[in-house]
Design a protein. Sequence first.
Length: 364
Amino acid sequence: MSAKVKKIILSGYYGFDNAGDEAVLAALCQILRNRLPEAQLVALSAKPEQTAAVLDVRAVNRWDKAALRAELQDAALFCSGGGSLLQDVTSVRSVWYYTSLLRLAQKQGVPTIVLAQGLGPLRTGLGRWLTRRALSRCHLLSWRDAASLRLAAEIMKDEAGQSVPSYQVCDPVLLWQPKLPEAQAEQEPAEAADGPTVALALRPWPGLNAAAAAQLVQALQQAGCRVALLPYHQGEDEKLAAQINAALLTAKQPKAEVWLANTPQQAWAAVGRADLLLGMRLHSLIMAAAQGVPALAVSYDPKVEAFAASVQMSLAEGGVSLPAEQVAAQLLALPKRPVAYPLGPLLAGWQPLLAAICRILADK
């Protein structure tokens, strides 16, 4: 590799058919290429061929440690993030995997950074120890919300003599400017609706059931809305959409449309077609804010509440229980698009972070 070309490795939850995480990778690639056009970007992905084709980035198999070690031989920087990688709610395996990658890069002498991540929840002693050990050896840390910044400081306080520069930035998808196909598929309804088009970006979660979601769809349809289900995950969200429509058919009600989001570009375009959005998926809300789409957030995780608060976005009453009449009324009371979300202060944090990254690369 030419001495002028700097290789940057990007690690995250990539290649798992989640439009939000793929959008994070697409946005990070765009941000880094705009600032460092000479850099060579390499993504770690569960489906490297698919990632390379959809996002135009070189990708290697995230499970192939030999391939990763080879890539690290001439890497200038290892980036962990974005997304919510360092958490042990689903399993301690997540935090173990991502901290092990940081430690591998650190042992090979490659500068490591945490890039626009959400931190936690970290509920186990092992999860906190793994995180503290990896973070204390990073060159810099950057977090996508204030709660993550505070949690990192709390976890790191026992590392005597260790001071790692830390930044707060917004999720990179807020800065993303996707290139959409000219003939982006517009999925028209069978019958035109009198009211607004409402997109529901829901996910399976304890306390959320398809019957309650179907009642919400029915309430919106009865108010004259065109309703579309927007699955961000090709597996679990699509299954939930099918369950909601099955419940509607059982109740002898019209099915909701299903808008596919098989790529981050499709997800972005789908959100942009909506007049109103109800979002559980964090990146549906981020894409709504970026495009000025009126949105209502369904809180199931601290990251959703943190983002909603940062852009003055309202939370749905009842959380994941989705009480139909109340949530429908909230949605229909939202202001017309475009909504001027207060994004300026959130976007400003990226410039000092990128300057710090450039200094790390200059020293490598």
